[in-house]
Design a protein around this ligand. Structure first.
Ligand code: SF4
Length: 546
């Protein structure tokens, strides 16, 4: 960075980040991308000199050499938790290396969670040779300080948490400009940060949060101002996803009520990350009070992801995990009690449960502990919205166990058959209407879509619906991790063959008969399809066009 700051033509390339406490893969936009933009501007680079590009838009550039026009290219990247993404693909290590090696003129800066682990990555020397790697853990702060240093102005001290929190809140407001430059605009979810760092003094052994040394807490008024700025751009979906445990935030009522006030057109307000240990340990009145606050202001379909990681007490102990199966069970009960109530047919807030395979100390019995635990939850009639089973991402010197792939697959199969499918039937019974679905991708005969928000259920809808902005659908069938639904309302006399064939138990012959005859009443339909199909169970779903 040698030019006067107002002349630095800058590209902020959002390679998307995903870490235990923050998600920035579309439709999510991470707060860090917004902070970075704001820090660049606050550092003296004018708005018209800063471009924002996402990983997916970058891939559409046919000729990388066009990027030589920039003086400064900042890549924000790093997925420190494994994930499968539908809405966009994070910038891969190969792409980052290629970009670094291809460009000669711009100063190339690498920022984001990737810089916490870059030295452990294969071929990391290429990164070292071609990038200025911001190892200072909070890239927006580091970049701001460097820009200020260039014009001999004071920066922000990294030990001044209040000053950092205040600067970040200003940058978040300026940074809301990037929403309109995102190819997904306005169908985006703003990930909001309440605090940074994990409050535990000794961390879970496998977790990358322990690498963060800068901790701060943002005030509810700052988050409210940020939401107001985001709402002004036309985006009205929010997730309080950027913190390690939302219930550890001290001003929950002010936070939620402030967000509602700041965006009266709010469409989605969800959360992520509640630590089940502290929730299970809380006195029950206090636990209820906190959960009631969330359920008063949030929108239905919200999910609190619980990192139990293993139901094996030995594994929990050697990894220093802050919960145990009993505490987590109590936390699951508490969320079900308050959040299990349905609004528009969808539970307000349900727990999710995360398991990690390959943790230190994992043994033969671990999978049996996990399975028995899930059976216990199911038998108690408790709902889980989502069970996430992943393999641990080895971090630094962490001694991960070798995962027995046969046993791992078998565990996933058992969970799918015994738990996931019955849970989906319980959470989204046949006939449930799901509104506001965003169609995302077509595969084979189905269009897949999800609602914006926390861990939304994947819904397959027969036919091609990609040209629609949003969809209302009605659930007809349940897979292990997705459900099938028909467009709502479903006029059976106007249905397509693909739609009719997806109705469980209907079969091709019945579908063809209906397509030819186009019955106009239940009576006509009943005569047409004959016995053997429980029409009485479908009367709420099959409608006839007026
Ligand atoms: S409780 Fe454990 S897993 Fe959660 S953020 Fe803290 S260290 Fe990481």
């Amino acid at each position: 960075m040698v030019a006067p700051t107002q002349n630095i033509k800058t590209l902020l390339l959002d390679g998307y980040l995903d870490e235990p406490s923050c998600l920035g893969v579309p439709p999510y936009i991470s707060p860090h991308a917004r902070y970075l933009y704001g820090a660049l501007e606050a550092g003296g680079i004018p708005e018209e000199m800063i471009d924002y590009l996402t990983a997916d838009s970058y891939r559409n550039i046919k000729d990388i050499s066009k990027l030589e026009e920039y003086e400064l290219i900042i890549i924000l990247a790093g997925t420190t938790v494994p994930g499968h993404y539908l809405g966009g693909q994070p910038l891969s290590l190969a792409e980052i290396k290629e970009l670094g090696q291809s460009l000669k003129y711009p100063t190339r800066v690498l920022a984001g969670p990737i810089t916490l682990v870059w030295q452990d990555l294969p071929g990391h020397k290429i990164l070292d040779e071609n990038y200025d790697i911001i190892t200072g853990e909070l890239a927006p702060l580091e970049i701001y300080n460097r820009l200020k240093d260039q014009v001999n102005q004071p920066g922000i001290k990294i030990n001044n948490q209040a000053e950092i929190a205040s600067a970040i809140s200003d940058w978040a407001i300026t940074g809301s400009r990037i929403f309109k430059d995102h190819p997904g605009y306005p169908k985006l979810v703003a990930e909001l940060e309440t605090f940074r760092g994990c409050p535990r003094s000794k961390h879970c052994e496998f977790c990358s949060e322990q690498l963060k040394e800068i901790h701060y807490q943002r005030k509810p008024e700052a988050i409210r101002a940020e939401v107001k700025a985001i709402a002004a751009t036309g985006v009205h979906n929010y997730r309080l996803g950027c913190q390690t445990d939302l219930l550890a935030y001290p001003w929950l009522e002010e936070l939620y009520s402030g967000i509602r006030e700041a965006d009266p057109d709010l469409e989605v307000l969800h959360l992520d990350n509640i630590n089940p240990g502290p929730l299970g340990r809380k006195d029950s009145t206090e636990a209820r009070r906190l959960l009631n606050i969330i359920c008063k202001y949030n929108t239905p379909g919200d999910v609190a992801a619980f990192g139990l990681e293993s139901a094996d007490p030995e594994v929990l102990k050697v990894n220093n995990i802050d919960t145990n199966p009993d505490l987590t069970f109590r936390a699951i009960e508490r969320i079900n009690e308050i959040g299990g109530q349905r609004v528009d047919g969808i539970p307000k807030l349900l727990p999710g449960l995360n398991f990690l395979a390959g943790l230190k100390g994992e043994r033969k019995e671990t999978y049996e502990y996990n399975l028995q635990y899930l059976r216990k939850i199911k038998e108690a009639g408790l709902m889980l919205r989502r069970i996430n089973i992943r393999q641990v991402n080895p971090l630094g010197s962490y001694q991960a166990s070798k995962v027995d792939s046969r046993r791992f697959k078998e565990f996933k199969r058992q969970v799918n058959e015994e738990i996931n499918q019955p849970m989906l039937k319980q959470v989204f019974p046949r006939g449930t209407i799901i509104r506001g679905l965003w169609p995302e991708i077509k595969k084979g005969r189905l269009t897949y879509g999800r609602r914006p928000g926390s861990y939304p259920i994947l819904v397959g809808i027969p036919g091609d619906h990609l040209n629609k902005d949003t969809l209302s659908v009605q659930v007809i069938d349940h897979g292990y991790r997705s459900i099938t639904a028909l467009p709502y309302p479903f006029y059976i006399d106007q249905a397509s063959l693909i739609e009719l064939e997806q109705i469980p138990g209907f079969g091709k012959k019945r579908a063809e008969k209906i397509l030819l005859a186009r019955p106009k009443s239940l009576q006509e339909l009943s005569e047409l399809i004959g016995s053997g199909f429980p029409l009485e169970d479908w009367q709420d779903i099959f409608k006839f066009s007026p």
